[in-house]
Structure formats: structure tokens, C-alpha cells
Design a protein around this ligand. Structure first.
Ligand code: CA
Length: 231
């Protein structure tokens, strides 16, 4: 039985990208193409993928740089580098950048498929799927191990701060009243006289926003708060 999974193909040569996409789809996999690194990043922030096929020679940001950035930002999606550069030092550079596998062009399609399946299986076993990550800009909350990373730095939060961050991330881009936040985080609506929500928002800000840019938590006067990553 063949399990369906989603592959992001990062490749700037249209012919090669279409060939890979079509080949994957013929085998029942879902495939999307991003032709440069910034497009790939945007897709990864908003859609779940199980495996990334990554070319090295890309315009602006190289595949290796992209791979390194993704790892620094906490992205755990397995990366298979697919390139014409087959020297040992090229491969080592790929693995140093955080890649999980390396295949040299020209390649045999059945070998590519076998490697993708192996990566997907390993990732599923370790629970490393994008669907378990909440992210905004360079901040990532991993729901599996409850870790928080911003700009590659691990941030320690208390259980309540973590819950607050989870609620804000799950509702990002949406204005939330203090009553709604307290209902979701504390399971009760506080009297309007208490400032518990504001106190915890301040705790959280000190940890996730103070030493980073841009700030993610916004105060909406007369309404409440909103977590938003500006583009
Ligand atoms: Ca290329």
C-alpha cells in the first residue's frame, strides 16, 4: 500500500520542476513547486509538507542557505537535496546545512521515490510533521515536545505562558478580547476588573518579543490583543 504525502519541489528550472512534479503525481503523491527560496519559505509557513526536494543552484538564496535557514527557524520537514553537484564536499555541505538525504542528477525516478518514502516514514515515526507546529515569522511552537524557538534560539516558557502563546498563535491575525483570551487560556472569563491577561501578556512579551524583531504581540486599544507576523 502506498501512503499519500505532500512534497514541496524547490527547483528553478521549469522543465525539471514539471518533470519531477508529474512523476510524483503519477505515483499518487501530492506535489507543489516553488521556483525560488522565498516562495518555498512562504509555502512552508502556511501549508503542511512531508518532504522537501531541494535544488542547490537557485536564484538569490541558494538551496543550502535555504536549508540552513529552515533548520534555524525550527522547520523539521525532511529535506532531500537533488543536484547535479555530486562531489563528496558538495554532499557534506548539504548535510552540514541540515539536509537529510542527497541525490545526484541525473537520477533514477524509482530511487528518488524510494528515498522520499524512507524520509517520510522516518519523519512520521519521530512525529516531525509540519501539522504539529504553530509558527509566526521566525517563531515556532512545537506541539509535540512543547518547545518554543525564535530565530533559532530556544525560549523557556511556563505552562501558562505556553498555553497563552498557543492560543494567540492558533488565532493569529485575529483580534482577541481579554475575555476570550482568559476563557481559552484559563477556562474562565475573568471579571473585567482583573488584569491577569495583561500581566501574562507582559510576561510572554518579555520572552518572545523583547530581544527579537519584529514584535509579534500587538496591543489593540479598547479591544485586546492580537498576534500577527507582518510580511
Ligand atoms: Ca537550479
Amino acid at each position: 500500500m502506498q501512503s499519500v504525502f505532500r512534497v514541496l519541489v524547490v527547483e528553478d528550472e521549469l522543465k525539471v520542476a514539471s518533470f519531477i512534479k508529474k512523476g510524483l503525481e503519477d505515483y499518487g503523491l501530492e506535489a507543489s513547486v516553488a521556483m525560488d527560496a522565498s516562495t518555498a519559505k512562504k509555502r512552508l509557513q502556511t501549508e503542511p509538507f512531508d518532504v522537501i526536494i531541494l535544488d542547490v543552484n537557485l536564484p538569490q538564496i541558494s538551496g543550502l542557505e535555504l536549508c540552513q535557514q529552515l533548520r534555524e527557524e525550527g522547520c523539521l520537514v525532511p529535506v532531500l537535496i537533488l543536484t547535479a553537484m555530486g562531489q563528496v564536499e558538495n554532499k557534506l555541505a548539504g548535510f552540514d546545512a541540515g539536509a537529510d538525504d542527497y541525490l545526484v542528477k541525473p537520477f533514477d525516478f524509482s530511487e528518488l521515490l524510494a528515498r522520499l518514502r524512507a524520509l517520510n516514514r522516518r519523519s512520521a515515526l519521530s512525529g516531525g510533521s509540519t501539522s504539529r507546529l504553530l509558527r509566526a515569522a521566525d517563531l515556532v511552537l512545537n506541539l509535540d515536545d512543547r518547545s518554543v524557538v525564535r530565530a533559532g534560539k530556544r525560549i523557556e516558557l511556563t505552562a501558562r505562558e505556553l498555553k497563552l502563546l498557543e492560543v494567540l498563535l492558533a488565532n493569529q491575525g485575529r483580534a482577541m478580547s481579554r475575555a476570550e483570551i482568559s476563557q481559552k487560556v484559563w477556562d474562565m472569563a475573568f471579571d473585567s476588573g482583573t488584569n491577569v491577561v495583561d500581566v501574562y501578556i507582559n510576561y510572554l512579551r518579555k520572552k518572545i518579543d523583547r530581544n527579537f524583531s519584529p514584535p509579534l504581540i500587538q496591543t489593540l486599544t479598547g479591544i485586546g490583543y492580537m498576534l500577527k507576523a507582518e510580511n
